[in-house]
Each structure stands twice: as C-alpha cells, then as structure tokens.
Write a protein that binds this ligand. Sequence first.
Ligand SMILES: [Zn+2]
Length: 63
Amino acid sequence: MHDELHVECIICGETKTAGEGIRIISEFICDSCETEMVRTDVMDAKYPFFIHQLKQIFIEKNA
Ligand SMILES: [Zn+2]
C-alpha cells in the first residue's frame, strides 16, 4: 500500500510527497529548499525571502 501524502512546500510552492522534505510546525519545506536555506548566508540576497516565508508560518499559527 502506497501512502504518499502530498504536501505543498511553503517556500517554493511546489507539491511534493511528505518524504521529500521536513515539517516545521504544520508547514512543509522540501529538501531542495531546506538545503538552500542551510547554505544561505545572512548576507545572501535570498535570506530575507526565507525569513519572510517563515514569518508567515508563525503569524498564521498565532492568529
Ligand atoms: Zn521547496
């Protein structure tokens, strides 16, 4: 029996299976985005984007 739960990555918005990434709270971040986040330096232009996306998670949960 295949149990492929499909989830949407909060960062890139792509639909993946649950095994292709990690969950933070109830949100999902795919492997490629997680890898990119780990590599992302504070000085990297993408960093504010990631923080913005992560803030949305906490804002939603606090609402
Ligand atoms: Zn992603």
